[in-house]
Design a protein around this ligand. Structure first.
Ligand SMILES: [Zn+2]
Length: 297
């Protein structure tokens, strides 16, 4: 549909309307009341990318791969212990290759009542794939996770937090309940395609509520973790306070190889302890939030 010969200011109205209509926020699915009269919902998610970030880049550096392995060796055990200590559920999005590298971890996480969601094959960027490949990889990813945990995943977060022109069709063909990649709202909404409701729930993440944005580091680039854990804690806490005040959803994305470090897991511990001091907070998996909003909406 996009005519590359034309500049955006030359596009006819149907063209820019078509572009914005591909995966548009439709009606809000923010419920008037959360389960058990709760005032706000808290959905913690962990994108368990592990070794797949360098693999996705065809980077065979043992150093970079070891940073990914840290996510499994130190990050996930600390996260599981923290969640158990506070008695709260979470959602773990696994690239299939990450799940195949650490099958016992995936089974253990699922066995503790946490949700396992789809997160690509090898953390490939779905928007950069040749035609047809995204569908094949996403179906294989769903099959791989199902084989490991004995349950078909119902949700997806694309690895690049973005949609190609095919992603929406793939989500519908897979019969998924929800996506968690798009950012049109703070609260859950129904995705529309060209003005038509799809029945797919969007649980919006945001870079603001993502640990990697503040802590990532790349040796040979200017990328450094400029933000101290205390400042990240302040931002996350303010995002929660706003959700609590508005009766909305606080969805937080973290990465085991990022948040799992000693100086950072402590901030998550303090944050969850703070949230638990507030009355009427519903901690839930993404699946539970999506199902509740879908039924209530
Ligand atoms: Zn990821």
């Amino acid at each position: 549909m996009t005519d590359t010969k034309q500049q955006p200011w030359e596009w006819p109205e149907p063209q820019w309307r078509h572009i914005v209509g591909r995966a548009r926020a439709g009606r809000s699915l923010k419920p008037t009341v959360w389960p058990n009269g709760a005032r706000c919902a808290v959905a913690l998610s962990f994108d368990a990318d592990h070794d797949t970030i360098p693999l996705r880049d065809s980077d065979e550096s043992p150093m970079r791969i070891s940073q990914g392995q840290y996510g499994s060796r130190q990050g996930v055990p600390r996260i599981r212990a923290l969640l158990a200590k506070h008695g709260v559920p979470a959602t773990f999005f696994y690239p299939a290759v990450s799940a195949l590298l650490y099958p016992e971890e995936v089974k253990g996480v699922a066995g503790e009542g946490h949700e396992i969601g789809i997160h690509s094959w090898i953390h490939e960027a779905n928007t950069a794939l040749p035609p047809g490949v995204e569908r094949d990889l996403t179906f294989r990813a769903a099959d791989t996770l199902e084989k490991l945990i004995g349950k078909r995943p119902v949700g997806i977060r694309t690895a690049s937090w973005d949609f190609s022109v095919d992603t929406m069709d793939i989500i519908r063909e897979l019969g998924l309940l929800y996506d968690s990649s798009l950012m049109a709202d703070d609260d859950p909404y129904e995705i529309e395609v060209q003005g038509q409701p799809t029945g797919i729930v969007e649980l919006p993440p945001e870079w603001i509520r993502d640990d990697a944005v503040y802590f990532n580091m790349l040796r040979f680039s200017g990328l450094r973790p400029y933000t101290p854990p205390s400042a990240v804690e302040e931002i996350f806490r303010a995002e929660f306070d706003g959700a609590y005040q508005e009766g909305g959803l606080f969805l937080l994305t973290m990465h085991p190889h990022v948040i799992g470090h000693r100086s950072r897991i402590a901030l998550l511990d303090r944050l969850v302890a703070y949230i638990k001091t507030k009355p009427d907070v519903w901690f839930a998996t993404h699946e539970d939030v999506a199902r509740y909003c879908d039924d209530a909406g």
